[in-house]
Write a protein that binds this ligand. Sequence first.
Ligand SMILES: Nc1ncnc2c1ncn2[C@@H]1O[C@H](COP(=O)(O)OP(=O)(O)O)[C@@H](O)[C@H]1O
Ligand SMILES: Nc1ccn([C@@H]2O[C@H](COP(=O)(O)OP(=O)(O)O)[C@@H](O)[C@H]2O)c(=O)n1
Ligand SMILES: [Mg+2]
Length: 217
Amino acid sequence: MGTVVDAQNMKYGRKVIVVFVLGGPGSGKGTQCANIVQHFGYTHLSAGDLLRAEIKSGSENGTMIQSMIKEGKIVPSEITVKLLQQAMQESGNDKFLIDGFPRNEENRETFESVTGIAPEFVLFFDCPEEEMEKRLLSRKQGREDDNMETIRKRFKVYMESSLPVVEYYSSKGNVRKIDAVKQVDAVFEDVKAIFNSTIEKVAPYEDFPTSLNTKMP
Ligand SMILES: Nc1ncnc2c1ncn2[C@@H]1O[C@H](COP(=O)(O)OP(=O)(O)O)[C@@H](O)[C@H]1O
Ligand SMILES: Nc1ccn([C@@H]2O[C@H](COP(=O)(O)OP(=O)(O)O)[C@@H](O)[C@H]2O)c(=O)n1
Ligand SMILES: [Mg+2]
């Protein structure tokens, strides 16, 4: 029998592992998530990417989401949690990196109450604002929010609304903090050490390639 946490995290007939990946805009969340996927077999779900896909799909909420992103505001949790839940269900995987979420208390509470899932831990990329600003201004992904005016607003929202979420998990001893100002490879060395020591004691992804796309009975 599982522990209380196991029972809470039982979803779709299997135990679900969620790692929240947090850090300021431009701290390197997406970059490191791509590396973690390769090495540890997680499914990467970026809340921002899901919201941008929702805009592109022409959904009824698209216009509202687009204007909120342009203003650096946090989209109502009801929308974001629904998109995350759908993506988790469709993935067929049971290990998720949830990137850029929860970004405020409302995100955190809604996810917790709707899914009943508690994160295994929070991976927190700690990076000075001037480095994040430099990275965002040279990120060439054609994003409407990577301009100085919106970046300032995003930094303000990050300080006022997102950092308190990190503090919440920190007070529960559930945050793994990474020095994100280093080069990509050096950051990944630190990330790997965390995943190797925290979760992957059992076996690395490469040893069980067939287990990933099958739903457990
Ligand atoms: N450690 C790093 N050093 C320098 N540039 C980085 C580093 N990590 C990511 N980048 C670059 O900075 C930009 C923002 O990275 P990204 O992973 O998109 O951050 P986030 O998802 O946190 O906003 C991208 O252009 C990326 O290539
Ligand atoms: N949980 C979330 C995540 C992102 N977003 C919106 O999407 C924008 C971009 O988020 P992102 O995670 O892709 O941005 P980065 O931190 O990767 O630069 C945010 O500034 C918010 O406007 C949101 O409303 N709620
Ligand atoms: Mg990102």
